[in-house]
Write a protein that binds this ligand. Structure first.
Ligand code: GDP
Length: 691
């Protein structure tokens, strides 16, 4: 029943994938031997290919965990390094080069590392086996090697030859067994010789009698016995077996058989164990029975591990199951939910407020351009604090100039490009809200999703805006020619512009305060402002252009003074206009030429009403319909399982949670497999069992 080893090897790689703890180690065959004892040759004879690093400069510096997987139904032979992701390597010389590179990557000063290289070889010609090749023991340290190297290698080997592993101790026949470092090391950890297989290589190099005496060694008797082999790759004239993809087993076995049959000492009557084929069989049998013997302890270890993981799952994650898919789906649902409640609260009224604020600003700009700029003659005498109305530019209803002025202003307002302006501010507001929703969602910790969502909304808004701004422009077209206001609209405009002016005044006053702080106090600002006033009224004549400063003030200070004077004048005008708006004259629309502020505000209001209706119907409802569907396309159906996994693991908290869930599921699965194996094993035993 060789399937036990196979199953256990599968289980081992499953356990590896969740970062098994040391207690879960399943038994392996550990191969030890001195340098040049023929260790590599034995492993290569078993695999059927030359694949191990060769050379004099200590080429094995890391343990190689070699897993052989028998694939009876496949003809291809290949190796893979699970940690490297190089795929299936069918050229064994490439495997050899990779192993050499991995070993040489360990710096010479460090000389050996206990970080194992994992290599799996799949072939119909290999048995299911799990072997660990270790750096060869050295007798003397080379001049270019650190003195502690010998000890380091011995320590590394000792770590691996602990139970439940089986030890494959390689010794060369042409060296006295008493001098075999491998057997000495083995004896230290397995004094009764219960889990050591002795391999005597290079049997062809000694007399058959001497070979026989080694195989029947009594000084260190082994329950699993000694096996004699001749593993040299025979030299063929064509060199066909040397390298690459051809299997060398047959050639080795044929050569070996020729030697052993040529010497009667090794004949069937001798009951000696010789030959690579026998060695392979022995390894399979020994590993299988060791695996069977360790089933119980391994099951128990997995059970403990599972109990720990289950506890962690309960305590840390409240038994909440999680997969990358469910996490994405939940996150997406939550986001769409928050978007829905945003959409429910962001409608025509909100659009209206945004638009009105924008148009109010436009109105203020127009007023400043066309009305509030005071020609010099209007400014003398300076505005009086007590009677600001007396210094107003006088508007005369009979004067055509004032008619023209108001018509031009309202035309400017209707022609600022309301279509584009309104669409842009509303689209920008939507985008800002989406950004805020992202920041408040689980997607905040996921750069990839963040970008996908932002791109979705910007591209939809861009597409929609293009047509909508043109269509809106057409909607407001009638206002470009004629604007009729009723009394209610006038009254509303009057209320609103009063508030806008009040806000504007506040802004101006706080700007002045800010300048005051910048120049170092109110008095200093007053001094420089009065100097600027005197220059302006001609009382003081500046020499040059005042670039280097004047009147004892630096040019920077003068600049601040000019800004403050400008703001003061603006504040004066606003105050004056606030009074004007409040005055009786502006109470009725008949006097619209006196009251451009009220008129323009009412126009802005009319424009807003048209635009908010249109944008609500066209931009908002279309965006609210398309956006969630676009999210599904970009973050739902559009992602591959690997994308989803990568997405979920971006968040370290989720990654840990996913790992625990996965580990738990896997351990449960492995445990079930182990139980099935134990039952199978028990049945085999009842029915007379193994060979
Ligand atoms: P390692 O350093 O222990 O891995 O030893 P190798 O497998 O590289 O073998 C060392 C040398 O011994 C190589 O030149 C092999 O060709 C040679 N060798 C290995 N096994 C045999 C064998 O059974 N018979 C003979 N004659 N030479 C062998």
């Amino acid at each position: 029943m060789m399937m036990l080893t196979k199953k256990m090897i599968e289980i081992r790689s499953l356990l590896n994938s969740v970062g098994q703890s040391d207690s879960l180690t399943l038994p392996s065959i550990v191969v030890i031997g001195s340098q040049s004892s023929g260790k590599s040759s034995v492993l290569e004879a078993i695999v059927g290919h030359e694949f191990l690093p060769k050379g004099h400069n200590m080429v094995t510096r890391r343990p190689i965990e070699l897993t052989l997987v028998n694939t009876p139904d496949a003809s291809a032979e290949y190796g893979e390094f699970p940690a490297l992701g190089l795929g299936k390597l069918t050229d064994f010389s490439q495997i050899q080069r990779t192993l050499t590179d991995l070993n040489l990557a360990v710096p010479a000063q460090q000389c050996v590392s206990d970080d194992p290289i994992q290599l799996r070889i799949h072939s119909p010609n290999v048995p299911d086996l799990s072997l660990i090749d270790l750096p060869g023991y050295i007798q003397v340290t080379g001049s270019d090697q650190p003195p502690e190297l010998k000890q380091k290698i011995a320590d590394l080997c000792e770590k691996y030859i602990q139970p439940p592993n089986v030890i494959l101790a390689i010794s060369a026949a042409d060296v006295d067994l008493a001098n075999s470092t491998a057997l000495r090391a083995s004896r230290k950890v397995d004094p009764r010789g219960e889990r050591t297989i002795g391999v005597i290589t290079k049997m062809d190099l000694v007399d058959p009698e001497r070979g026989v005496s080694m195989l029947t060694d009594k000084k260190y008797p082994l329950r699993l016995g000694y096996v004699g082999v001749v593993c040299r790759v025979p030299n063929t004239p064509t060199g066909i077996f040397a390298r690459g993809t051809n299997n060398i087993s047959t050639a080795i076995v044929r050569n070996e058989k020729a030697y052993f049959t040529a010497h009667a000492e090794f004949g069937p009557q001798s009951h000696l164990d010789v030959g690579t084929t026998n060695l392979r069989k022995k390894l399979m049998y020994v590993l299988e029975s060791t695996m069977a013997a360790s089933l119980k302890t391994t099951s128990e270890a997995i059970q403990r591990e599972l109990a720990e993981t289950t506890y962690e799952f309960k305590v840390q994650y409240n038994d909440r199951s999680l997969s990358a898919e469910s996490y994405l789906a939940e996150s997406l649902d939550a986001f769409k939910h928050s978007f829905k409640s945003f959409a429910d609260h962001f409608g025509r009224q909100e659009v209206r407020e945004i638009l009105k604020r924008e148009l109010d600003q436009q109105v203020l700009n127009l007023l400043a351009q066309r009305y509030w700029n005071r020609p010099v003659e209007d400014l003398t005498p300076p505005l009086s604090e007590t009677d600001p109305l007396s210094s107003l530019p006088k508007s005369d209803p009979e004067n055509q100039l004032w008619h023209l002025k108001l018509d031009a202003s309202s035309a400017s307002l209707t022609k600022v490009g309301i279509g584009r302006l309104a669409t842009t501010v509303v689209a920008d507001a939507l985008q800002a809200h989406i950004d805020r929703l992202i920041s408040g969602s689980t997607f905040a910790a996921h750069p990839f999703a963040r970008q996908a969502i932002t791109e979705a909304s910007t591209s939809i808004l861009k597409d929609l805006s293009y047509d909508i701004s043109d269509e809106l422009e057409i909607c407001i077209k009638p206002y470009k020619y004629r604007i009729d206001l009723d009394d209610i609209e006038w009254a509303r405009g009057r209320d609103n512009i009063s508030m806008v002016l009040k806000e504007e005044l506040k802004d101006v006053e706080s700007a002045v305060k800010h300048i005051e702080e910048q120049v170092g106090g109110r008095r200093r600002l007053r001094d420089v402002m009065s100097f600027v006033d005197r220059v302006r009224s001609g009382q003081v004549v500046l020499e040059g252009d005042g670039v280097g400063g004047a009147g004892g003030f630096s040019s920077a200070l003068l600049q601040k003074g000019r800004e403050a004077v400008f703001l003061r004048d603006r504040a004066d005008i606003i105050k004056m206009r606030m009074l004007a708006v409040k005055s009786k004259q502006c109470a009725t629309k008949k006097n619209k030429y006196y009251c451009p502020e009220v008129f323009l505000d009412a126009v802005a209001d009319k424009l807003t009403t048209t635009a908010d209706l249109f944008l609500d119907a066209e931009l908002l409802s279309k965006f609210y319909y398309i956006f969630p569907r676009e999210l599904d396309a970009r973050l739902g159906r559009g992602l591959s399982p690997a994308d989803v996994e990568r997405f979920a693991r971006e968040d370290p908290k989720i990654r840990r949670h996913l790992d625990v869930v996965r580990r738990k599921e896997l351990l449960e699965h492995v445990l079930k497999e182990m139980e099935a194996l134990r039952q199978l094993e028990a049945r085999e035993k009842r029915h007379g069992g193994r060979p």
